[in-house]
Ligand binder design. Structure first.
Ligand SMILES: Cc1cc2nc3c(=O)[nH]c(=O)nc-3n(C[C@H](O)[C@H](O)[C@H](O)COP(=O)(O)OP(=O)(O)OC[C@H]3O[C@@H](n4cnc5c(N)ncnc54)[C@H](O)[C@@H]3O)c2cc1C
Length: 496
């Protein structure tokens, strides 16, 4: 029995179900070569002591954060320099070895782990911060830096990263760019895409493409870097990033409010936009089930305010603490008068601020600890946003496997996170949910992925939101940058 057979046997005994079993129509593509001992020797020489081949050591790179995908890679490469990445890709391209780029592995759509035996290219050692230019407020960094590390770094200059999300302690800036991550502050800073000024990318054939400008304005021809933002590792490896970092506001305010109906949540949103104006920096909603799961994860017995069907978290930022406080107080008084909130609390200090935010940021952990999570991330017109959660609840009622149906998300951006949890993976539940949910969203002219990307889970539904011409152009772009299709196969594009 060779080592590959032993590897596969161990994988099938220790991991409940590999990605290829959960996606039975997905077959390993004959386009790709199989890894040989000679290949491993080449990589060992190129990256001494920075390749992983042991089964147990490969496992964390084979399994995604929410444990919905289990790949079968038996080689992980950990380059430290752009030149090493270029050498790796040149070799893989010539040998037709498929590659799965991986950042912090916090992705929620199954894009960051291999499906079959793709080589994992981990970017975690490509983690040097180059410089922060105080005149232009531009940070230039390698792509394997963790988001929170960058946040701390720019803080010393009085600036902030225009992106914040629950996974900030693990996700990489390269992964954020590759997914065009959204998060909690889109309301204030706009999408990540708008703040990325330059990128360096290594293409599939090893070419190093330098688009690493620090300029805010550059109208000379096509803006090539935009193709790589949100490309989920399918067009090239992002190796360096320059990003505009706004000044950090010295004061923050936070309010946690309860609402009786989703219509009231929308009234709160409208009121917050008008009353809080330029101080509004985040507005998030969650339903009662989401808060309960988060509290269970945080081991909290009671919530911050009276129990209610919906909650809204509103954050303000300003250079003046007085201004921040006054605006939030004026807003909450008006919201109570109007009847769109029934209860609320305002953070009195930074401890309370963090505790209240933790309730929102721990929902994903709460869901994962509830069992298997069917996770959806839709962009929808606000009037349809919670309707879909209610429809899903009705659909799930007769199914005994289902534990919880929850809705929460970035209400200011029209981004709903709909989740269904079951004790374990259930094909019956999946068959009721899909393609129904994707088709429903598409009929409302929404998007089947607001911010997590298509990855493996949603790849086959790409066509739902795109015209045939748009799909053709996307395929042409893919083959232009990656003619042998070695980069992150089975992801983003329909695999059948
Ligand atoms: C608790 C929690 C909360 C989250 N909240 C949010 C949220 O609010 N908003 C949001 O948008 N997402 C959120 N996410 C999802 C996830 O954190 C983001 O998608 C994040 O941007 C992924 O970064 P990563 O470094 O972990 O990338 P990975 O998960 O490693 O990879 C994601 C994709 O990018 C590709 N990739 C990674 N690095 C590179 C690179 N250097 N070059 C080319 N391709 C690359 C991978 O192949 C994969 O397709 C959350 C996740 C968790 C666990």
């Amino acid at each position: 029995m060779n080592s590959w057979t032993i590897f596969l046997r161990r994988l099938s005994t220790s991991v409940s179900s590999s990605s290829s079993i959960r996606h039975p129509s997905l077959k390993r593509s004959p386009l790709y070569s199989t890894l040989t001992d000679k290949d491993v020797t080449f990589f060992e020489k190129l990256l001494p002591k920075r390749i992983v081949t042991d089964y147990d050591d490969c496992l964390p790179y084979n399994v995604d954060w929410i444990k919905t995908c289990h790949g079968q890679s038996k080689l992980v490469l950990r380059p430290k320099t752009v030149q090493e990445i270029s050498d790796i890709l040149r070799y893989c391209n010539e040998r037709k070895l498929a590659v799965c780029p991986q950042g912090g592995n916090t992705g929620l759509s199954g894009g960051s782990v291999p499906v079959f035996d793709e080589i994992v290219l981990s970017l975690s050692l490509l983690n040097r911060i180059h410089d922060f230019n105080q005149n232009s407020a531009v940070l230039t960094t390698e792509s394997g830096c963790v988001l929170q590390t960058l946040e701390k770094y720019v803080e010393q200059f009085g600036h902030t990263i225009p992106l914040d999300l629950g996974a900030k302690g693990s996700c990489h800036i390269g992964g954020n760019v590759a997914t065009n991550a959204g998060g909690l502050r889109v309301v204030r800073y706009g999408p990540l895409r708008a703040n990325i000024l330059g990128l360096e990318i290594v293409l599939a054939d090893g070419t190093i493409l330098d688009c690493l400008t620090q300029l805010r304005k550059d109208n000379t021809g096509y803006d090539l870097k935009q193709h790589f933002i949100g490309s989920e590792g399918t067009l090239g490896i992002i190796t360096q990033v320059s990003i505009l970092c706004p000044p950090k506001m010295s004061s923050v305010g936070l309010g946690f409010f309860s609402c009786e109906t989703f219509e009231d949540v929308l009234k709160v949103l409208r009121l917050a936009r008008h009353k809080l104006g330029e101080t509004l920096s985040a507005i998030e909603f969650m339903d009662n089930t989401s808060l309960k799961l988060s509290m269970r994860y945080l081991k909290k017995d009671s919530g911050p305010i009276k129990e209610s069907p919906f909650y809204v978290i509103i954050e303000t930022m300003s250079t003046s603490s007085e201004h921040c406080k006054n605006m939030m107080e004026l807003f909450s008084t008006k919201a109570l008068e109007d009847g769109c909130i029934t209860d609320g609390t305002l953070a009195q200090d930074l401890n309370q601020y963090s505790e209240l935010w933790a309730l929102r940021e721990s929902i994903s952990n709460g869901l994962v600890s509830d069992g298997y999570v069917f996770k959806y991330d839709f962009s929808l017109g606000l009037k349809h946003m919670y309707e879909l959660v209610e429809i899903t609840r009705k659909l799930m009622e007769p199914l005994k496997d289902v534990r919880n149906v929850t809705g929460f998300g970035h209400v200011g951006d029209g981004n709903l996170h709909l989740n269904v949890t079951t004790k374990e993976y259930s094909q019956t539940v999946k068959d009721v949910l899909e393609p129904f949910l994707y088709e429903w969203v598409s009929k409302q002219r929404g998007s089947i992925s607001a911010e997590h990307g298509l990855g493996l889970h949603k790849a086959k539904y790409l066509g739902l939101g795109k015209s045939l011409h748009a799909l053709d152009i996307m395929r042409n772009i893919k083959t232009l940058f990656d003619p042998n299709l070695i980069l992150n196969p089975y992801k983003l594009f329909p695999y059948k």
